[in-house]
Structures are given as structure tokens and as C-alpha cells.
Write a protein that binds this ligand. Structure first.
Ligand code: EPZ
Length: 442
């Protein structure tokens, strides 16, 4: 079934939205459970396509999975690894599958993981993931499209060996671009390695701290630190064994910010609940600069919507604590109807402006001035029409555009399956706020 989202815009939206656990945390916490033969219970797990995919992948390794979707609880236990192969059919659909590389190497000393393909938001290389595994002593080669990795055997023991690694991707306009996924894989591999591992230029994304918290609860020894020159490091002292645990996934920052934008544009009062606003600081700064009025309660955000007060703002995406790349597309919809000229610069992914053309179809005045910079001159409102979602966040930007569009017709968002990857029950949540939105077959 291919679904489309159908929206009649212009409704005033008011009410409360409860935010679920973070997709990008779950996608690393689930592979982390491979590091123990005991049971791990994850709570606050959203029912999402990407979570279904990672669960499917776990079954290939022999993991016993019980997913109580009603209670948002996922229980996983891998008593024994029955296969170290992450098959192409599953890995090709989701980049985060690559995290099983570090986890399998850590648990059983070998892994065969299908090479993930390119992706619509950029080339998404994995060279740094591979560099991290090699740094821990693994041999890594590509055979028939599979990354085949083996831990070294020293004195009869097959086990990775801790070391110092620098995982910096690059520096752009004086800012360090770090790799979140590369750090996830390095941590998963290093937790059971022999000796100490130090990851220099570590990613600061909060979802990485969620992983560190759960692993420490399971008996790992991981801490963050800083060198005197300000370099962020993660220090992992390898342990022999991890045990099971019960862990509640952190709230989804991207989902929270997305509903905050919904609140800002649609003339009502929207309370975004079950969040941690301290992890949204830079976004909230820009939100305020854009003229949005809100009350920050720490674990909730009350947004007072008034489209007429929105004003232009310049935004540049950067790794945490900078403005998150994953919210730039939904933010585009906001600045497309904000008075004045806004500039948005994307520094993390090279191809994340897919939705600009679709927003233009809806009447947005946008101009891509170079491959990573787009300018919007705010228009009073958008026009409903047919558009295509080509990736998750850009797809959600179109949903937001449909909500704010004139009520003179319907916005039909085709290829809506991208949106289901990352936003649980979004149509229901928006209907509860008063939106006219449905998901239909096509
Ligand atoms: C994570 O992707 C998120 N995905 C992305 O969210 C998010 O956009 C990104 O981090 C940045 O915050 C998940 O957590 C599942 P990176 P990840 O490694 O880890 C380059 C969403 O919408 N790089 O931090 O894959 C890379 O090309 C998704 O939910 C290398 O060059 O991102 C990029 O330019 C989309 N070599 C930069 O680093 C490598 O080996 C940052 O990527 C790895 C990365």
C-alpha cells in the first residue's frame, strides 16, 4: 500500500501533544542489546517503521523480541548470536543498521554487514565507522558488498583492543563536524574491548548520551570528558561482561520541535509535553528570534501561535549544540511564511533541500543560492496542491505547509511512507489539535 497524506489547511490548532521516545536513540539502543545475553527492556519506544526495521534485523542474529506496542515496551534478549550477518535486504532500507557492525564485533568478534547504499540527503559514507573498527584492531574488508570485520586474536583470545581514535569528520567555517553514527559504532565496539578507548572529537548529540546512560546501567564504564584545548572526548574502559537492564528512551527532540513549529504557525495554543527543553536550546533561541511566543516549562513547551508575528531569521545547521539539521526542513516551512528574508545554511548534509521545490509549488518564495544555502522571502500564505515527499524531514515540512495553506483546496502529499519512518501517529496527533488531515491509499 502506498499512502498519501491529505490536508485541508487553515484550521486553528490547539491542544496538547505528548512526545514519544526518540527514534534516533532507539535505533542505537536496540543494537546495544546485542552486547549482553541477558534481557533488556526498553520503555517509551515509538511505533515507527524504522524501529520495525531494526527489530527485523535483530531477529536475523537470533534475538528474541517482544514488542508490546500498546505499552510502548520492547523487550530484547540475545542469548546466543546465531548469525553474524546483517543481510542486504534489511540494511539497504535503513542506514542506522550499520550500528550492528560495532555491536557484533564487540559481542562475538566478527560481523558481516551489508554495505549501506547512498541516501537522498547525501552520500552518507561510513569511512569513519570503518576507521574506528580498524583502530580497535579489527581487520575490515569489503567482500561482495559486505563489510567483513574480524577482531584480532591475541594469546588465544579474540577480542577488540582499546586505543585512541580521532573521529573528526571535517571543519567548516570554524566549526567541527562530528559523526554521531561513527561514535555510536565506536562505543558499541569498545565497550567489551580489552583496555581503554578514547574517542577524540566525539559527537555531543544527546541521543549519544542516552546510549552511554543505558550501557553504563548495563555495567559499562563510559564517560565524557574534555581536553584542555576544548576537544570533546569519550573515554571507555572495556569490561568483560554486560548485564540486562530496564531503560526508558529519552524524548524525541525532533518530534518536539516539529510540533512546536505547528503551534507557532496555526493561531492556537499548543502544549508540547514529555520533553526536555534543555536539549533544544539553540532551536528555542532561533524560535524566539523568529517572533514565536512560548513558555518554556522544562518538561513541556507552550507555544502561542500567531503567524502574523513571524519574522525572518537566519539559521545555520551544525552538530549539537548547534541548530539541528533534522529540523531545518520543518523550520523552512515556518520561515516561508515569516515576514522578510531568511537565510538557511545546511552544513551537515550536502543534499537536504529536496522539499524546497515542493514548497515553491505551494507558493513559497525560495531561492537556492548555492548548494547549501537557501533564502526564503516570506509570503502571506501557501497554496494547497499536490507535492511529493522525498525523505522523512522534508516530508514533514510539507505536512506543516499543508496545515498552514489556504483552505481553498487540499494538499496531497504523495510518497508519505517517508514520514512514517520518524513520526509516530502524526495524523492522529494533528487531528487531536484540530487539523483536517487523513492518510489515504493511492
Ligand atoms: C545521525 O545520522 C542521524 N541518524 C541523522 O538523522 C542526523 O541528521 C545526523 O546524525 C546528524 O545529526 C540517526 O541517528 C539514525 P553523522 P548519522 O555520522 O549518524 C559525515 C533523521 O532525519 N560522515 O553524524 O549517519 C556525513 O556524511 C536522520 O532522523 C562521514 O563523512 O550522521 C555527514 O556529512 C537523518 N563519514 C556528517 O559526517 C562517516 O563515516 C555527519 O554525519 C560518517 C559520517
Amino acid at each position: 500500500m502506498v499512502a498519501k497524506v491529505v490536508i485541508k489547511g487553515g484550521n486553528k490548532l490547539s491542544g496538547k501533544v505528548r512526545i514519544m521516545g526518540a527514534k534516533n536513540s532507539v535505533l542505537e539502543l536496540v543494537p546495544a542489546t546485542l552486547l549482553t545475553d541477558e534481557k533488556v527492556v526498553l520503555k517509551n519506544v515509538p511505533v515507527l517503521k524504522d524501529v520495525e526495521t531494526i527489530v527485523e534485523l535483530m531477529k536475523a542474529f537470533g534475538t528474541d523480541v517482544q514488542w508490546d506496542k500498546e505499552n510502548c515496551t520492547l523487550t530484547l534478549q540475545t542469548k546466543e548470536i546465531i548469525s553474524n550477518k546483517a543481510p542486504y535486504e534489511i540494511v539497504k532500507t535503513m542506514r542506522a543498521s550499520i550500528y550492528v557492525l560495532g555491536a557484533l564485533l564487540g559481542r562475538c568478534g566478527s560481523a558481516r554487514v551489508s554495505f549501506p547504499g547512498g541516501c537522498v540527503i547525501g552520500t552518507r559514507p561510513i569511512d569513519i565507522h570503518v576507521r574506528a573498527m580498524k583502530c580497535l584492531g579489527a581487520s575490515v574488508e569489503t567482500i561482495h558488498g559486505y563489510i567483513v570485520a574480524k577482531a584480532p586474536t591475541v594469546d588465544g583470545e579474540t577480542r577488540l583492543i582499546g586505543d585512541v581514535m580521532d573521529l573528526l569528520v571535517t571543519e567548516k567555517s570554524g566549526h567541527k563536524i562530528t559523526t554521531h553514527g561513527g561514535c555510536v559504532n565506536a562505543i558499541l565496539a569498545a565497550v567489551l574491548a580489552k583496555g581503554q578507548t578514547v574517542i577524540e572529537n566525539a559527537s555531543m548529540e544527546p541521543e549519544l548520551d542516552d546510549l552511554i546512560s543505558m550501557l553504563n546501567l548495563m555495567g559499562a564504564k563510559i564517560k565524557r570528558d574534555k581536553y584542555d584545548d576544548g576537544t570533546d572526548v569519550i573515554i571507555i574502559d572495556g569490561v568483560d561482561k554486560l548485564h540486562g537492564c530496564e531503560y526508558s528512551v529519552m524524548p524525541d527532540r525532533m518530534e518536539a520541535m516539529t510540533y512546536a513549529i505547528v503551534g507557532a504557525m496555526n493561531g492556537g495554543v499548543v502544549e508540547v509535553q514529555n520533553i526536555d527543553t534543555s536539549k533544544m536550546e539553540y532551536f528555542l533561541e532561533k524560535f524566539k528570534e523568529a517572533g514565536v511566543v512560548f513558555d518554556d516549562k522544562g518538561d513541556s513547551l507552550i507555544v502561542y501561535g500567531d503567524k502574523t508575528k513571524l519574522k525572518a531569521v537566519d539559521v545555520e545547521t551544525l552538530p549539537y549544540p548547534g541548530f539541528p539539521t533534522d529540523i531545518q526542513s520543518p523550520f523552512m516551512t515556518l520561515i516561508s511564511v515569516a515576514e522578510g528574508k531568511s537565510t538557511l545554511c545546511e552544513n551537515v548534509w550536502e543534499n537536504r533541500f529536496q522539499c524546497v521545490q515542493e514548497l515553491q509549488r505551494m507558493g513559497a518564495n525560495a531561492d537556492i543560492i548555492n548548494p547549501n544555502t537557501v533564502c526564503f522571502t516570506g509570503v502571506e500564505s501557501l497554496d494547497p496542491t499536490d507535492v511529493i515527499a522525498s525523505e522523512l524531514r522534508g516530508g514533514m515540512a510539507l505536512v506543516l505547509a499543508g496545515l498552514v495553506a489556504k483552505p481553498t483546496g487540499y494538499t496531497n502529499i504523495h510518497r508519505a511512507y517517508h514520514i512514517f519512518r520518524g513520526y509516530a501517529n502524526f495524523a492522529e496527533n494533528l487531528r487531536n489539535l484540530g487539523a483536517e488531515i487523513s492518510i489515504e491509499d493511492e
